[in-house]
Design a protein around this ligand. Structure first.
Ligand code: HEM
Length: 392
């Protein structure tokens, strides 16, 4: 087990969801690995995995997990209820899980969310499962074509910009890179697939920095490295081959990363999670019985009305984000077909998804950053009273 965190003595934040202050939250470098390390310290289920109130030994299943071994390798010792529920639309995994049951957990879960069979999330998931049988496959293929086109565009423009030392082409390369970086988000929650690695071309990984800081003794946690951390630098080889000057090539490469970073930053300002009107932990919360996990997802997301109509824009600017949260393994091209089910259930349960225009979301981003006081009014109460029906 990892050593108890000594760095997070300053815990200024009080969760209104009743969640623990996460270990390693104050660690100077924020990466998925560090967050996971903190979660292992907090959950501490040792060699087991927790799902709802059961503890399971999945060690013999890790390598044969159809979604890829990483998910289970990374999460051993933790509560994976939310990940398990959100990543499987069909019922097979739930049935299979029983094979690995070890014992009941003796402590309550840290997360307050529930997945009641007649609650919002499980109801909408059942309906989506049925609807998927009739949804066409071509939009998913179109997403693949878009993503491949963007990556190819980036690589070709990067090499041409170096060959001709042309900063106009480098600008285009940067834009392609920014777009493909966001499009890769379509693939990262799914079973292991090569398009999930398109993200690495952005070189946006703090692992290198983390590793360097650890090597010189500035941070205590060792950062793991993965082969794909190096993927983004491969383009330097043909760039150098065609240009011949290391200095010119490096300058060009950093310029491309800068353009991609600016593009990513602008889209990030528009993305779905910062707005003064949505719920953030610390604000007045729904009462516990209303904390269906799906409802909570909608409480904490703002979507943009002006991009939903175009698959390319949805794919390259984190569009249809509420539905993406509910069904992260579905291609972004399929999400638009789920709106009739989604809207019907929002109406039935009385859940509101906040929808704004691009411009309003941009303004909301900064208003949220300026907000210093928690909201004192909880989200609007649900229409459909939750029952005590057990989770499965
Ligand atoms: C951290 C927890 C887990 C994550 C993030 C995860 C993720 C995934 C992903 C991304 C897929 C591919 C889904 C798709 O392409 O539609 C998948 C498939 C699958 N997973 Fe998991 N998984 C987790 C835990 C488990 C557990 C505990 C079991 C059962 C013991 C399981 C059984 C399966 C099965 C049978 C499939 C293939 C069938 C299906 O998608 O319904 N998974 N998983």
């Amino acid at each position: 087990m990892a050593p108890k965190d000594e760095m997070d003595d300053a815990k200024p934040f009080k969760s209104t969801l009743g969640m623990r202050y996460p270990s390693l939250r104050e660690y100077p470098i924020k990466t998925g690995d560090v967050w996971m390390e903190g979660k292992k310290i907090d959950d501490d289920y040792r060699d087991l995995w927790r799902i709802h109130d059961g503890l399971y030994d999945l060690s013999s299943f890790v390598k044969s997990h159809p979604g890829g071994s990483d998910w289970l390798e990374w999460t051993q010792g933790t509560d994976i209820t939310e990940a398990f529920e959100a990543h499987h639309i069909y019922t097979g995994p739930q049935k299979l899980l029983q094979k690995f049951f070890v014992k009941k957990a003796t402590t309550p879960r840290d997360a307050p969310f529930h997945f009641k069979e007649d609650g919002f999330y499980k109801t909408i998931k059942r309906e989506v499962r049925e609807a998927l049988k009739d949804i066409p496959k071509w939009p998913a293929m179109l997403s693949n074509l878009y993503a491949d086109f963007l990556l190819t565009g980036y690589l070709v423009c990067a090499v041409l910009s170096a060959a001709w030392n042309n900063y106009w082409i480098a600008t285009l390369a940067g834009l392609f890179l920014g777009l493909v970086t966001i499009a890769s988000h379509n693939y990262i929650h799914r079973k292991a697939n090569f398009r999930m690695y398109y993200l690495n071309f952005s070189t946006m990984s703090w692992r290198m920095v983390h590793k360097a800081l650890w090597k010189i003794g500035l941070v205590p946690y060792k950062a793991p490295m993965y082969w794909d951390d190096f993927l983004g630098y491969i383009v330097l080889i043909p760039m150098y081959w065609f240009n011949g000057s290391l200095q010119q090539v490096l300058l060009m490469f950093f310029y491309i990363l800068l353009i991609a970073g600016i593009h990513f930053g602008i889209i990030g300002i528009n993305a779905a999670h910062r707005d003064p009107e949505i719920f953030l932990d610390g604000d007045a919360s729904r009462p516990l019985p209303e904390l269906d996990w799906g409802v909570y997802q909608l409480d904490s997301v703002v979507d943009r009305s002006d991009i939903s109509k175009f698959q390319f824009l949805v794919l390259t600017s984190f569009g249809d984000h509420a539905l993406h949260h509910l069904f992260p393994t579905l291609d972004h091209g399929l999400l638009r077909y789920l709106y009739p089910i989604f809207n019907r259930n929002c109406e039935k349960f009385g859940v509101n998804l906040l929808i704004k225009t691009h411009w309003e979301v941009m303004k909301g981003h900064f208003t949220q950053l300026l907000r210093t006081e928690p909201k004192t009014t909880p989200p609007k109460p649900l229409k459909l009273a939750p029952t005590n029906k057990k989770e499965e």
